[in-house]
Write a protein that binds this ligand. Structure first.
Ligand SMILES: *Cc1c(COP(=O)(O)O)cnc(C)c1O
Length: 398
């Protein structure tokens, strides 16, 4: 069962982030909806119409829980979409989509550079376990995309900007090629997030957001979402993947992410502005070998990003320093404002080295093969972040 129609759909994104999915608590009049840590709900007196594999009725938390459903209203609204399904992690959401859409003999085209779990699923799992034909291509090169998408291709999966190289691919152009060949299109929108990019408006059929990142934004809960206007397929995903595979989100995590998402537009505007400033600073600094940030005018994807991104260019900067793997680790460890940890999109800035022994290093463009670092800009003062990067450069003699 799809979610309720958004009563705030004609309002701006900051208003929707505050109001959609929120309501008074009927029992108490409290201005916040409660956290319902229940895994079952009172059944109706007449059981004859109950379908135990559907999400139509709140009965057991794997078939849907109240906090999940309120968060689904909020996430769909951030994308101006008709429906969203919220699951336990970004990867849970990716898997639920792929698992529902693909069967043996189907062909899927996926990017050379993508989130690690997507690479694992298509490079070694869906092909070997289920006989899905998985074709890797360079999504930043439309000629390569045209060659890879043959008639009868079932799904084209895109990630833009991609993790970890921050390169941009053309959602509208790829969606057109895919649709001409009868394929569906999914876009992992985690790096951009909805204020900066809404792939459904550009022709995509499904969007994935790792809610763990910018939308929750506080580094304290994991979740993922599938967002779409294709209500029939969304119901299949609920039935085949949510209820019968089971990566449902816990009510507590849904409640946490709901709370984080209220301030998401405001936080993201600040992060966009800080990231732009820091990317410009890095570009000027000696011993920085490259800066990959779509907001920089010299970036290969800048013109395209200006067309398809709506507010800013996101909070991740990928860059290189003139240093070997060990010195890169020392650089990261020397930071005091920026935290040395995986993940991205938290309130605090996070830094993570991409070592030259990464098994996928040869799939990245050449400049990414040495001294490559992924940096997620947080909510600290941008001047403090810059000063911290500067002292860490000096500490390793750069
Ligand atoms: C983090 C991330 C995911 C996975 O989200 P989890 O919540 O960690 O499962 C998927 N795609 C991208 C681009 C990500 O950065």
């Amino acid at each position: 069962m799809a979610i309720k129609k958004d009563p705030y759909r004609d309002y701006g994104i900051a208003t929707r982030a505050v109001h959609t999915g929120t309501d008074y608590d009927e029992g108490t009049g409290a201005v916040r909806r409660p956290l319902h840590m229940a895994n079952s709900y009172r059944l109706p007196d007449d059981l004859s119409k109950v379908n135990y594999s559907s999400t139509d009725l709140l009965m057991y938390s794997r078939n849907g829980n109240a906090n999940q459903q309120w968060l689904e209203e909020k996430i769909a609204s951030l994308h101006g979409a008709d429906d969203a399904i919220v699951l336990a992690s970004g990867v849970g959401a990716l898997h639920a989509l792929f698992w529902t859409l693909l069967k043996s003999g189907d062909r899927v085209v996926y990017p050379k550079v993508s989130y690690m779990a997507v690479y694992r699923m298509f490079h070694e799992l869906f092909n070997r376990k289920f006989g899905v034909e998985t074709v890797m291509t360079d999504m930043t090169d439309l000629d390569a995309v045209r060659k890879a998408i043959t008639p009868g291709t079932r799904l084209v999966h895109i990630e833009t900007p991609d993790n970890p190289t921050n390169c941009v691919s053309d959602i509208a152009a790829i969606a057109e090629i895919a649709h001409e060949n009868g394929a569906l299109v999914s876009v992992d929108n985690t790096f951009a997030s909805p204020i900066n990019q809404r792939p459904l408006a550009l022709g995509a059929d499904f969007v994935i957001e790792a809610l763990t990142k910018f939308i929750n934004g506080h580094g304290d809960a994991q979740g993922g979402a599938i967002i779409s206007n294709d209500l029939e397929t969304m119901d299949r995903i609920r039935y085949e993947a949510q209820v019968n595979v089971g990566a449902v989100i816990s009510p507590f995590n849904a409640w946490q992410i709901f709370r984080g998402s209220v301030t998401y537009p405001l936080r993201m505007k600040q992060i966009n502005a800080s990231a732009q400033k820091i990317a410009e600073w890095l570009e000027q600094r000696e011993n920085v070998t490259f800066v990959s940030y779509p907001g920089l005018p010299g970036n290969a994807g800048h013109a395209l990003a200006k067309r398809q991104m709506t507010e800013g260019f996101g909070g991740v900067i990928s860059f290189g320093i003139r240093a070997d793997d060990k010195a890169v680790e020392r650089f990261c460890a020397a930071l005091k404002v920026v935290t040395f940890a995986v993940s991205l999109g938290h309130d605090e800035s996070l830094i993570f080295p991409q070592p030259s022994y990464d098994e996928r290093i040869d799939l990245y463009p050449a400049q990414f093969r040495n001294g490559f670092i992924r940096f997620s800009v947080g909510l600290e003062e941008p001047g403090d972040i810059i000063r911290d990067l500067d002292q860490a450069f000096r500490s390793i003699g750069l």
